[in-house]
Design a protein around this ligand. Structure first.
Ligand SMILES: [Zn+2]
Length: 99
């Protein structure tokens, strides 16, 4: 993928998330990229935003069974399983950028 295309994708994601909250799946479908690439772009976008004193805000991932919230994540990636009840059903985080 060309550098220019990468830039375009990041601009698209920034404008989508500034307009309203979205899950990674929704971003991947809107922009037309794989979900795993969305995480990659979000990491870059976070760095860009930091320079503008902004950041990606998120409603954290949570466990559908016991309600455990993954508040302090170092990455944007979806956690594998719940540390509290060990069930695998994790609800998607919702990302947004405050304008
Ligand atoms: Zn749980």
């Amino acid at each position: 993928m060309s550098n220019e295309r990468q830039q375009t994708i990041r601009h698209e994601i920034i404008s989508l998330l500034t307009n309203g909250p979205m899950t990674v799946r929704e971003i991947s479908q809107s922009v037309g990229i794989m979900e795993k690439d969305v995480y990659h772009h979000l990491t870059f976008i976070e760095k860009t935003l930091r320079r503008r004193k902004k950041r990606i805000d998120l409603e954290p991932y949570y466990c559908l069974d016991c309600g455990f919230k993954f508040n302090k994540r170092k990455t944007f990636k979806k956690p594998g399983k719940c540390p509290a009840c060990r069930d695998g059903r994790i609800a998607s985080a919702v990302f947004r950028i405050d304008s």
